[in-house]
Design a protein around this ligand. Sequence first.
Ligand SMILES: *[C@@H]1O[C@H](CO)[C@@H](O)[C@H](O)[C@H]1NC(C)=O
Ligand SMILES: *[C@@H]1O[C@H](CO)[C@@H](O)[C@H](O)[C@H]1NC(C)=O
Ligand SMILES: *[C@@H]1O[C@H](CO)[C@@H](O)[C@H](O)[C@H]1NC(C)=O
Ligand SMILES: *[C@@H]1O[C@H](CO)[C@@H](O)[C@H](O)[C@H]1NC(C)=O
Ligand SMILES: *[C@@H]1O[C@H](CO)[C@@H](O)[C@H](O)[C@H]1NC(C)=O
Ligand SMILES: *[C@@H]1O[C@H](CO)[C@@H](O)[C@H](O)[C@H]1NC(C)=O
Length: 349
Amino acid sequence: MKEEKITKIAFLLMVAQISLAVEFETFAAFSNHKQGKSRIMKGHSFIIVSYLCFTEGVLAQETDGNVTKFGSQLIAATYAKFIESAGGRMVPIFINSTAKEIEKLFYSINGAIYPGGHRLLHHTNYTRVGKQILELAMKAYDKGDIFPIWGECLGLELLSMLVAGRDLRVGQLDHEFFSEVDAKNVSLKLILPRNYKTTSLWKFAPRHVVKFLQNNNAAYNNHRKAITLQNYGKYRRLNAFFRIVSTSKDRHGVEFISTMEGKRYPVYLFHWHPAKSQFEWRRDLDINHSLADVLSGQYFANFLIQKGELGKRFYNSSLLSEEEMASLIYNYKPTAVQDYLPFIQAYFF
Ligand SMILES: *[C@@H]1O[C@H](CO)[C@@H](O)[C@H](O)[C@H]1NC(C)=O
Ligand SMILES: *[C@@H]1O[C@H](CO)[C@@H](O)[C@H](O)[C@H]1NC(C)=O
Ligand SMILES: *[C@@H]1O[C@H](CO)[C@@H](O)[C@H](O)[C@H]1NC(C)=O
Ligand SMILES: *[C@@H]1O[C@H](CO)[C@@H](O)[C@H](O)[C@H]1NC(C)=O
Ligand SMILES: *[C@@H]1O[C@H](CO)[C@@H](O)[C@H](O)[C@H]1NC(C)=O
Ligand SMILES: *[C@@H]1O[C@H](CO)[C@@H](O)[C@H](O)[C@H]1NC(C)=O
């Protein structure tokens, strides 16, 4: 109940900030909501104060090929920008950390992003650390705390394998679980389930965002593996944990799951990338930078940061210790990588 209320507060505010120019209609509808006005006022101070304190962890990945010269771990700078665009601060989660170090870090961050990437999942530290953070987040939730987990592309693949209890030594080469799709470098429409308004991700989404993503090839995909509806139905642990938030059709019309969310736990999985339109400018990729694309991406950043604010630990991170300050991404410089990777900038460690 409390979560619902705060979610509403945050989205009233978001609608006020983002959509006013675009869809005044939506804003009017929201503010006519019972008690809408006082919620906006209350929400305002809540948001301003809390945004200053927020920190979100992002898992690093091992480097390979010709970027190893920059460092042994990397994170695309997009994720830092995505978090900062919604008022948060980013902390890199080093995948060479021990279980003890991860547990300590877990209590000073408010959520975790599992980025996309091309590395195989077998035996990597991304997999090891990702598994530990999921377990910590679920345990925290069972004790009444909220720690959102956000998986994109490779992140979706890892988290869905973990939940379904698949053999991680096979990694994403698990051909029973994943199907081949033709979804490299392509922006696709989102197909929403009939009851989409009951999902956490769409419940308070501005109407223009929902309509836009449904009717335009706007969701940027860059993967060859996907979970089909048939496989979702087949794996009991997967469909007990996640509900389908959207599907998409690849270049040949093959339908796959593009977005899922936890039924109980705050885990959000995207096989597409909601931050590309705002931040990625490599010219040879099928990314559209129209205002509508950007506004849609911004909705998801606000959604994530607002979820993190619901956690109890949030108030713990309002004044960061020296040690925590040293862990922020501000201590690193991004490197230009457009010649090597499908990003403009990345952080190396
Ligand atoms: C990166 O390495 C590959 C070979 O692995 C090479 O073909 C390519 O030209 C290199 N790219 C750059 C920008 O150095
Ligand atoms: C993986 O993590 C362990 C620490 O648990 C570390 O010793 C090792 O160097 C890490 N490997 C890579 C490639 O980061
Ligand atoms: C990505 O897709 C666009 C649009 O279809 C195409 O022009 C471009 O060549 C593709 N780039 C790569 C790297 O595949
Ligand atoms: C980009 O998106 C805009 C707005 O939806 C659309 O009008 C335009 O055709 C798109 N451009 C490309 C190249 O897909
Ligand atoms: C807040 O921080 C204290 C001291 O570091 C720690 O003992 C406690 O578990 C933290 N609370 C949460 C909810 O993370
Ligand atoms: C993990 O990697 C980071 C970045 O390269 C490095 O600063 C740190 O010392 C490493 N930690 C361990 C335990 O090796």
